[in-house]
Design a protein around this ligand. Structure first.
Ligand SMILES: [Fe+2]
Ligand SMILES: [Fe+2]
Length: 340
């Protein structure tokens, strides 16, 4: 019978030893992948700890779930489907990852262990570049001295010639057609044609250049990691052959300084997959590797799907009546008069 310890060992194998083996190692303060993530907002920082976050190391494990971000939805699905351990890519934090209560209370209730593996997983494989149609020739995971500011320099794959080829490639690899059909069906079943959904809404697009613009040498950036216009200028100065900027995981919208800088430098600018696809880009390969290393353990992937619906059209008439009545009777009663 496999245990939580075996999962930690598998994560260590997958990351080439980047995980922590004990909390003493975490407290020592010199583990390169134990990283404090903070915006400077009091009490809201989180310490990334690649490895076991909560649960007994000798707890038996028959089924594990790989997810991007642990949430109360993830914990509830795990509880309802006999999952023994959740492996989250993004760091786990008390309350934030578990419906506002403590991890201890919630995970103990369903007897689930929680593990994480974030920056320690980044940079292990060339898959994100591959999906975006290039082969990495140089990479940096702390560009400009900022930890986690990842940057790839790459050469277009032999069958990728244009910006349009990159968009078509992403569409096909990410099976976006499934998401489009699913959304159409959902809009029809719920009778709400205006429902929007992340995968469909955030598909790739071109900021600078045409579908037919040639692509040979790319710089692949991830704007949410702090990549700055100055970083772009420096990188292009160091790699003058670059003709195209690919932004993925997060993106920038019109008017952003990164686009202006790319324009000044005479580059194409294309937005690729967004964060919603990381579950397939990083999560699915991780799940395959865990399945291979943990014989007899069932591995499932937890994939989020978020939709946007006009408030008045959510649910059915009964639910709408409930929401209206509660709001009117209890939320807008005596308190509303105070506002006026
Ligand atoms: Fe990631
Ligand atoms: Fe991520």
């Amino acid at each position: 019978m496999k245990t939580v310890k075996n999962i930690v060992k598998a994560l260590s194998t997958i990351t080439g030893g980047r995980t922590v083996s004990s909390m003493d190692e975490v407290r020592s303060g010199d583990h390169p992948f134990v990283i404090l993530k903070s915006s400077g907002i009091y009490g809201k920082e989180v310490l990334e700890i690649p490895g076991l976050i909560y649960g007994a190391p000798d707890k038996p494990v028959k089924k594990i779930a790989v997810c991007m971000t642990m949430t109360e939805l993830v914990i509830e699905l795990a509880g309802a489907t006999d999952v023994d351990a959740i492996i989250a890519h993004h760091p786990i934090a008390d309350a934030a990852s578990c419906g506002g209560v403590t991890l201890k209370n919630y995970l103990d209730l369903y007897n689930i262990a929680g593990l994480e593996c974030h920056e320690a997983f980044h940079g292990l494989h060339p898959g994100i570049a591959f999906l975006h149609g290039h082969k990495i020739t140089a990479s940096n995971i702390s560009y400009g001295g900022i930890h986690g500011n990842i940057m790839f320099i790459g050469k277009a794959l032999s069958d990728v010639h244009t910006l349009g080829d990159i968009l078509d490639r992403l569409d096909s690899f990410m099976a976006l057609d499934q998401d489009r059909q699913l959304l159409e069906q959902e809009q029809r079943i719920r009778g709400v044609p205006s429902i929007q959904e992340t995968s469909v809404e955030t598909k790739g697009f071109i900021h600078l250049g045409e579908s037919s613009s040639k692509v040979n040498n790319v710089i692949h950036i991830f704007p949410h990691t702090g990549f700055s216009p100055d970083n772009l200028k420096t990188a292009v100065h160091e790699n003058p052959e670059i003709d195209t900027v690919i932004a993925s995981i997060s993106r920038v919208y019109s008017g952003h300084e990164l686009i202006e800088t790319a324009k000044d430098l005479g580059l194409n600018f294309i937005v690729g997959n967004c964060h919603v696809m990381e579950i397939l880009e990083n999560g699915l390969p991780l799940a395959y590797a865990l399945e291979e290393l943990l014989e007899e353990v069932e591995v499932v992937l937890f994939r989020d799907r978020v939709t946007s619906t006009p408030v008045q059209e959510v649910g059915n008439k009964t639910m709408q009546g409930y929401a209206r009545n509660i709001a009117e009777a209890h939320l807008l009663g005596k308190n509303a008069t105070n506002i006026a």
